[in-house]
Design a protein around this ligand. Structure first.
Ligand code: ARG
Length: 476
């Protein structure tokens, strides 16, 4: 591709070592799509005839059909001829259409090509991640529907705090997922500008109509500055940050499930099909899936650290250091996306043990706040009410009962505001229902929240319209 000015051959070990085809072969569909678009740009500029353009584009399609959709895909990475995916596409095209293939590199540089390929790749993987997140959210919503009005203790400081609906707890994760989805939408819009035509650093050396490629590839517009376009990898940083935030959320869920699956909690029965045994202890069933999910978060954060470190202090514009980000990117994508798919199935198959959950919410004075609120309704200032209920708890602890085990006489010794209706206001149902605010755990609020989450996540528009993807010719 570039050996003209060299007299000495490359050191064979160096040549082998600096190649990127061992990983950037994964960008072949994007490389082909971008090359087809560039052929059309060249044709519009009069550098290729219409017939030549068609021949190049058909040739590129044939490369993709054979090497990606066909039998060669499994051995692609070990192809030892190509330095990188751009070189590979050119070699393959040359084998098919001869000299004409060499015209395709007119007015372009690998620097703009890799910038384009990576943007297309991230855009597509962001959409895939959104699809998978949606799947996981729907599995959580399904469990929320199964749980109905079942109640569980909610924890602050990992101490029982107040009762909540199991569905309310599950929907907390749905909220996180919705933010994750929107983060991916944001970053996909920001990256969606086409670097083609930026040349090596200063812009193409031919007067190319950059809007042609931009449109064909489903980008919003051509990038504004050629130096930035060929060296910018902010979109990778943002994407990896978004993936690592997703991993944070999966990890928090995984930790709660791991905890809830212990005999001490007994809140969830792990699906056998997603658990493992112990080679030593015959009785064991281990939550390996949630443990690995939790552990994988470290790798995702490592990816962010790696790319930010690689980018820091790089002078403009292209530097080969940028190539080093690709293995990190591919590893992050293949680490997280299949995990999301597994997590959806795991969530679907987990059995929440609603009875023990509800039983756990019935003791430990989880209705103390509701009890204090009862007194507030009867005119007692909340600070005083808090103190009175504190005394009632003390009394109940001494007596070995819950608040509803105290007699009205005992209560009235603490405050004359207590009346017979106190007992009805501290039942489990009343305790959840008193949180009747937007985002609260009152049963009616949660039913509403489950229904609206379902509508949002079923109807959420795909990040990119199918039409755009089709136009881009990008396939996974
Ligand atoms: N494989 C290279 C990369 O991923 C492509 C760009 C090469 N550009 C260059 N000037 N050597 O970064």
């Amino acid at each position: 591709m570039w050996s003209g000015r060299f007299r000495e051959p490359l050191d064979a070990r160096f040549e082998e070592w600096q190649r990127s085809f061992g990983f950037d072969w994964q960008l072949l569909p994007q490389e082909i799509a971008a090359s087809k678009a560039h052929a059309s740009v060249l044709a519009a500029a009069g550098m290729l005839t219409a017939a030549e353009c068609a021949q190049v584009r058909d040739g590129l399609d044939a490369v993709l059909a054979e090497c990606w959709d066909g039998p060669r895909r499994s051995t692609l990475a070990s192809d030892s001829r190509a330095e990188d995916v751009h070189h590979f596409a050119e070699l393959e095209l040359t084998e098919r259409i001869g000299e004409l293939a060499l015209k395709l590199h007119t007015g372009r540089s690998r620097n703009e090509q890799i910038a384009t390929d990576l943007r297309l790749y991230v855009r597509e993987q962001a959409a895939n991640a959104q699809q998978l997140l949606r799947g996981w959210a729907l599995a959580l919503i399904e469990q929320a529907e199964v749980a109905g009005d079942a109640i569980m203790p909610a924890y602050t400081h990992l101490q029982r705090a107040e009762p909540v609906l199991v569905a309310h707890w599950l929907l907390a994760y749905v909220s996180m997922i919705e933010r994750d989805i929107s983060r991916l939408t944001d970053l996909s819009a920001r990256l969606n500008y086409c670097p083609l035509g930026s040349g090596a650093i200063a812009g193409a050396t031919l007067a190319l109509d950059r809007t042609i490629a931009s449109r064909e590839l489903g980008f919003t517009a051509p990038t504004a500055n050629s130096m930035d376009a060929t060296s910018d990898r902010d979109f990778l940083v943002e994407f990896l940050q978004a993936l690592s935030t997703i991993a944070l959320h999966t990890s928090r869920f995984a930790e709660e499930i791991t905890l809830f699956a212990t005999a001490e909690f007994g809140f969830v029965a792990l699906p056998e099909s997603f658990s493992t045994g112990s080679s030593a202890m015959p009785q064991k069933m281990n939550p390996d899936l949630t443990e690995l999910v939790r552990g994988r978060t470290g790798r995702m954060h490592g990816a962010v650290a790696a790319v930010t470190m690689q980018l820091k202090g790089l002078p403009l514009a292209y530097n080969k250091d940028l190539q080093e980000m690709q293995p990190v990117l591919f590893d992050a994508v293949t680490s997280l996306l299949p995990l999301l798919e597994l997590l959806a199935s795991f969530t679907q198959k987990s059995k929440f043990r609603l009875e023990p959950m509800e039983k756990a919410a019935q003791s430990g004075f989880l209705n103390a706040m509701a009890a204090a609120t009862y007194l507030s309704h009867r005119g007692v200032p909340f600070r005083r009410a808090h103190h009175i209920i504190g005394e009632a708890v003390r009394l109940a602890l001494d007596k070995g009962c819950e608040l509803d085990g105290l007699t009205l006489d005992e209560l009235r010794q603490l405050s004359s505001a207590f009346a017979e209706d106190f007992y009805a206001s501290i039942t489990l149902a009343a305790t959840v229902d008193c949180h009747d605010v937007i985002g609260g755990t009152a049963r009616a609020r949660v039913h509403e929240a489950v229904a609206s989450a379902k509508v949002r996540l079923t109807a959420a528009p795909a990040l990119l319209r199918d039409r755009e993807l089709e136009a881009a010719g990008v396939r996974s």
